[in-house]
Design a protein around this ligand. Structure first.
Ligand SMILES: Cc1cc2nc3c(=O)[nH]c(=O)nc-3n(C[C@H](O)[C@H](O)[C@H](O)COP(=O)(O)O)c2cc1C
Length: 192
């Protein structure tokens, strides 16, 4: 089984990355997943130019030859795609948005179908817009979706808190990963 993690935050090993780490610990508990991490903030990924070459039968590929090419290959091979992102101005980070725009090259040729998306969102006040976005596209493109959201703000004092103080959410991420890992292990056993 293969998984990729698309890290949206420029803050490595902080809130959304930590949530992803707990999820992966659970996922790999009963079956070994080959996991690849993509830290989008450190990658050379140009914004989509809207040329739609990727949708043309004669091309079928994105014409921009940058680090997104690695993500295309890994995405196609992966069973599970984890999106880990903080909310920035009511949406995912710009780094992750650039990746999703470039996924036009995958979706037009039906590479989303049958995948499992796990969306991990950390936020202060609102995350509904991003939750609704993933719900809409996953329904449309036949993708299984699991979402965990975690508020990293103490509402009483209106101050940021580290995700280590949100142990219930870290447990939820671990348990989701563990359940999906178990399902993958049993379906592989049944199939084999
Ligand atoms: C530039 C910037 C914009 C942000 N915009 C939002 C927002 O629109 N809504 C929200 O709930 N939180 C917002 N936040 C808070 C982050 O989403 C939150 O602190 C998150 O836990 C950070 O995750 P990270 O540690 O993985 O980077 C913003 C933070 C920054 C730095």
């Amino acid at each position: 089984m293969k998984a990729i993690v698309l890290h949206g935050s420029p803050r490595k090993n902080k809130n959304s990355d930590t949530l992803a780490a707990y999820l992966l610990n659970g996922l790999c508990e009963s079956i070994s997943f080959d996991v690849r991490h993509f830290f989008t903030n450190e990658m050379n990924i140009k914004p989509c130019q809207g040329c739609l070459s990727c949708a043309k039968v004669e091309d079928k590929r994105c014409v921009i030859k940058d680090d997104m090419q690695d993500i295309y290959t890994a995405f196609i091979e992966a069973d599970v795609i984890v999106f880990a992102t903080p909310m920035y101005w009511g949406y995912i980070t710009a780094q992750l948005k650039a990746v999703i725009d470039r996924m036009e090259a995958l979706v037009v040729w039906d590479y989303f179908k049958g995948k499992t998306f796990i969306v991990l969102i950390t936020y202060r006040y609102h995350c509904e817009s991003t939750v609704a976005f993933f719900e809409r596209i996953c329904k449309y493109f036949d993708v299984r979706l699991h979402t965990i959201t975690c508020r990293t703000l103490d509402l009483e004092t209106d101050t940021d808190i580290p995700i280590s103080r949100c142990q219930d959410k870290l447990n939820e991420a671990f348990e989701l990963g563990r359940d999906l890992g178990r399902i993958s292990a049993s379906s592989r056993w049944t199939a084999g």
